[in-house]
Design a protein around this ligand. Structure first.
Ligand code: TRP
Length: 332
């Protein structure tokens, strides 16, 4: 059945292979059957005070990357958060019934406050009310986000319930996380420590815009050792990770060949990495080319942003009008 779905993406940098398999690929499926609102969370991005140039640049880049990956502005509503100021009015309403204690208890707030003790601003504190407004401005019931966002989503439900209770209405739904369960493909990073992530340092993540030389350099640097010395020995995690990446980008025959070579100790990790780099480049190339052509096409980007803005504002204005009415703001 079709649902209303909202998700926001912070414009913090380029998309990597982990983002693609972790979230985006599932957004592509969702957009086929649901009323999806995907937005670039540039208001949220302000909590860390980017420069105007960086902000604009990042928003454009993220939008181009989303579209290049297959998000379709004719299927989903694809917009920039700051293009829909109606959500900010809802943010204000929710803030009137959001309490200091509960906001201070949110784990992501506590973590941020610890990391940036000189910039514990009110925007950071009220991040969950803005997120609630992002979701409830479209009265969405499902939110495809990772486990780290569960507490923020719990707050969204709290604010929805509080509003409903206060005004004796059932206006807002209580949105739940949309779980992909087994459909998620885990993508390991190149440093051997776990998940692919950009914060782990240069070289851990393969970005969708990486060129051939960069991909090769990163993969050749991945941790290996001098190879197995006993037949059919257990595979170390960092070697397993390379095979997991191969699972994503290489042919089955190629993978089998290297697995057999591992089992009989004839494997040469240098050769395996060269193969992985070549296959990875082939996989990334179409994304890279598409991103480049879209990001340099200002006309196309602003057409996409406008299309999304119009659709999102229509939905947001409807909600705000009804909410004002419920609260008692009536023109006199
Ligand atoms: N907080 C989310 C994150 O850090 C981004 C986000 C902002 C979001 N508003 C949202 C996600 C609304 C889902 C719905 O990833």
């Amino acid at each position: 059945m079709s649902s209303k779905i909202v998700s926001g993406i912070r414009p913090t940098g380029n998309l990597h292979l982990g983002n693609y398999f972790g979230a985006l690929r599932n957004f592509l499926k969702l957009q086929e059957e649901n009323d999806c609102y995907f937005f670039i969370a540039d208001y949220h991005g302000l909590t860390t005070h980017p420069t105007p140039e960086n902000l604009q640049e990042n928003v454009k880049q993220v939008l181009a990357e989303f579209v290049a990956c297959g998000l379709d502005p004719d299927k989903a509503t694809l917009y920039v958060q700051s293009d829909v100021p109606e959500a900010i009015e809802l943010y204000l309403f929710f803030n009137m019934n959001a309490y200091l204690g509960e906001l201070q208890r949110v784990t992501t707030f506590k973590e941020k406050a610890r990391k940036q003790p000189n910039n514990v601003n009110a925007g950071l504190l009220t991040y969950p009310t803005l997120m609630a407004a992002d979701i409830l401005i479209h009265r969405a019931s499902k939110v495809p986000v990772g486990k780290d966002q569960e507490q923020n989503l719990e707050m969204t439900r709290t604010f929805a319930k509080r509003f409903n209770h206060m005004y004796q209405t059932e206006y807002f739904p209580e949105p739940v996380a949309y779980n992909f369960g087994d459909e998620l493909v885990k993508v390991p990073g190149l440093d051997g420590s776990g998940k692919m992530g950009k914060s782990e340092g240069f070289g851990n993540a393969i970005f969708l815009i990486d060129d051939e030389a960069t991909i090769k350099k990163k993969i050749m640097k991945a941790k290996t050792d001098s190879g197995p010395t006993e037949k059919n020995s257990e595979m170390p995690d960092y070697i397993q990770n390379l095979f997991s990446l191969m699972d994503i980008v290489s042919e089955t025959d190629t993978i089998t060949q290297y697995k057999d070579a591992f089992a009989d100790c004839s494997i040469r990790y240098g050769d395996m990495k060269k193969q992985l780099a070549a296959d990875m480049n082939e996989f990334i190339a179409p994304f890279r080319d598409k991103i480049q052509s879209i990001v340099s096409n200002d006309e196309l980007l602003s057409k996409i942003a406008k299309q999304g803005r119009d659709k999102a504002r229509e939905s947001a204005q409807r909600t705000i009008k009804e909410v004002r009415d419920i609260i008692g703001f009536k023109s006199i």
